[in-house]
Write a protein that binds this ligand. Structure first.
Ligand SMILES: [Zn+2]
Length: 58
């Protein structure tokens, strides 16, 4: 499964990475441990905003 790392926006195979994180009921995949740690520190900055798009736009 091809996924995009929400931290660095890089496309990679989710099966090739052990780094994933559950947040608000959604599983996020990361290409590196560094990206996973960055997400953990500030998940709100990286979460996908498919629904309610625009409501919190800067
Ligand atoms: Zn990344």
């Amino acid at each position: 499964m091809k996924v995009i790392c929400p931290v660095c926006n890089r496309l990679f195979e989710a099966e090739c990475s052990p780094y994933k994180e559950m947040y608000n009921g959604i599983v996020y995949y990361f290409d590196t441990e560094i990206c996973q740690l960055a997400f953990r520190q500030n998940p709100e900055r990286f979460v996908y905003n498919c629904k309610n798009s625009g409501s919190q736009a800067q």
